[in-house]
Design a protein around this ligand. Structure first.
Ligand code: BES
Ligand code: MN
Ligand code: ZN
Length: 500
């Protein structure tokens, strides 16, 4: 396990396995960033020139390891690129990514001190968070030699409030790591009831009130969407409600997460190469769980409820069929034209239930459509809403956390494509164009009038199929967890847009 602490120490005397220093790129070659001046002096002021001599430029996330050859107690200096030096303060994401890249490069090292720019509490937090997230490893299924993440991290900072800021980083990183673990777990070890147990355990420990509806309770209460999607699997569905309250809160946020522990497509079966990573189809529920745990542990003055809509989408003799009609919790009926459009079916039950909590805002989070990846690529989530100001607020908050997001429209003319000849609405638009937006339009139909709602489609960002970068590992990313926490912080601080 990786741990983190703050120390207001010089960099020269500290006993540690490695010293991490930031390097800026400039037209005069690499330059040592603030935080490592005394270390550079101890090395005779030669660090930048030595790095330049081996072709190091200081571009973002570039890494070089330099032995200190006895000049310092630390045996190793790890240089990480920060790009050009900013004129007016560091973008926290630059620090998080550099720190994360450094932590990844330090796997196997017992301890490291981070002498990166950390002259403010926010910078110290970014350095700590990036390193903790970058150090993440998922090795529990390996039986041979395991790659151990870097052990004890020390953030070198004398900033006021650095201790509390780094403590926050550590709380957030713990939750994001839990979300990544859940996404990475094979579906043979994470089915709906197991996910509900984990949520109940972790949620209760964090001080949340947790309620779980099993398949019988779901049917009785009329959750036809979740029940329908789950009925084809031997692992029955669950709906988990997580609640957090604060006596000073004036606002209530509701988060709803898509939690398909495996999406085979159901009878509308996916092709093999689209299916092999569908264990990640519960990333939205993971983010909601991680956010609720973090909000409780930080004690934010806001009320928050989270719904995890958990089901396994499988083909079988009991599975829902294309052309089946489901009676959803909202009272509306849905014709299932394609059983692979299952996420929206579980979500609308969660959204309709969440509306009963009279929230100021509902945000649903889902790995909902392949079309999100077509439109925005692997790293940028699509944000839709029934209110333009809310949509822009969610985008702004996500981007402030380094979670790329882009506002998307919900064009009314797409609603017609969801008309069903037999039910109130169909779950699929036969016209494949604009499929991310059509999914958003489907969800919007289930948001009661007067309720503010935003939808985050993070099909791509939830799972990194490519190589690691910055603080993002391969596999489960924990995406949008931090966005939800930051939204809660905003609603705690100034009431957010819903206060307008
Ligand atoms: N879970 C998938 C969406 C998805 C695709 C997530 C790729 C992550 C990566 C979702 O349930 C799905 O299958 N969507 C279909 C909907 C279609 C049948 C209308 C899609 O996007 O193809
Ligand atoms: Mn699907
Ligand atoms: Zn799905």
């Amino acid at each position: 396990m990786t741990t983190v602490r703050v120390l207001a120490s010089d960099t020269v005397s500290i006993e540690t396995g490695a010293l991490v220093v930031g390097i800026h790129a400039s037209s005069d070659g690499p330059q040592v960033a603030p935080g490592a001046d005394d270390l550079d002096q101890a090395l005779g002021g030669t660090l930048a020139a030595a790095l330049g001599a081996v072709g190091f430029t200081g571009k973002p996330e570039e890494i070089a390891k330099i032995p200190t050859l006895g000049a310092l107690p630390a045996p190793l200096v790890l240089a990480v690129g920060l790009g050009e030096r900013p004129d007016d303060g560091y973008d926290p994401e630059t620090l998080r990514r550099a720190s994360g890249a450094a932590a990844r490069a330090l796997a196997g090292t017992a301890s490291a001190a981070l002498a990166l720019p950390a002259s403010t509490a926010d910078e110290a937090e970014a350095v700590a968070l990036g390193a903790l997230l970058g150090a993440y490893e998922f090795s529990r299924y390996r039986t041979g030699e395991r790659k151990e993440p870097v052990g004890e991290l020390t953030v070198l900072s004398a900033a006021d409030g650095a201790d509390a800021a780094v403590e926050r980083a550590s709380t957030v990183a713990e939750a994001v790591s839990l979300v990544r673990d859940l996404v990475n777990m094979p579906p043979s070890d994470l089915w709906p009831a197991k996910f509900a147990d984990i949520a109940e355990d972790a949620g209760t420990k964090a001080g949340l009130t947790v309620e779980v509806l099993d398949e019988t309770a779901l049917k009785e209460a009329g959750y036809g969407g979740i029940s329908g999607v789950g009925q084809g699997s031997v692992n029955p569905p669950r709906l988990v409600r997580l609640a957090y309250g604060h006596p000073d809160a004036s606002r209530t946020l509701a988060f709803v997460g898509k939690g398909i522990t495996f999406d085979s497509g159901g009878l509308s079966l996916k092709p093999a190469n689209s299916m092999d990573w569908m264990k990640s189809d519960m990333g939205g529920a993971g983010a909601v769980l991680g956010a609720l745990i973090t909000i409780a542990r930080l004690g934010l003055p806001v009320n928050a409820v989270g719904y995890l809509c958990l089901a396994e989408n499988m083909p079988s003799g009991t599975a829902m069929r294309p052309s089946d009609v489901l009676h959803t919790f909202s009272g509306k009926t849905v014709e299932v034209l394609n059983t692979d459009a299952e996420g929206r079916l579980v979500l609308v039950d969660g959204i309709a239930r969440a509306a009963q909590d009279s929230p100021d805002l509902i945000v649903d989070v889902a790995t909902l459509t392949g079309a999100q990846i077509v439109a925005l690529g692997w790293r940028t989530s699509g944000v839709m809403a029934n209110d333009d100001a809310i949509r822009e607020e969610v985008v702004e908050v996500a981007v402030s956390q380094g979670e790329a997001a882009w506002g998307m429209p919900l064009p009314d003319e797409l609603r017609k494509g969801l008309d069903s000849p037999v039910a109130d609405i169909a779950n699929l638009n036969p016209d494949r164009w604009g499929a991310m937006l059509a999914a958003g339009i489907f969800l919007r139909e289930f948001v009661p009038d007067g309720v503010r709602w935003a939808h985050i489609d993070m099909a791509g960002p939830a799972f990194n199929k490519a190589e690691p970068y910055g603080y993002t590992p391969k596999g489960g990313t924990g995406a949008i967890t931090r966005t939800l926490v930051a939204l809660a912080e905003r609603y705690a601080a100034d009431g957010g847009r819903a206060a307008d």
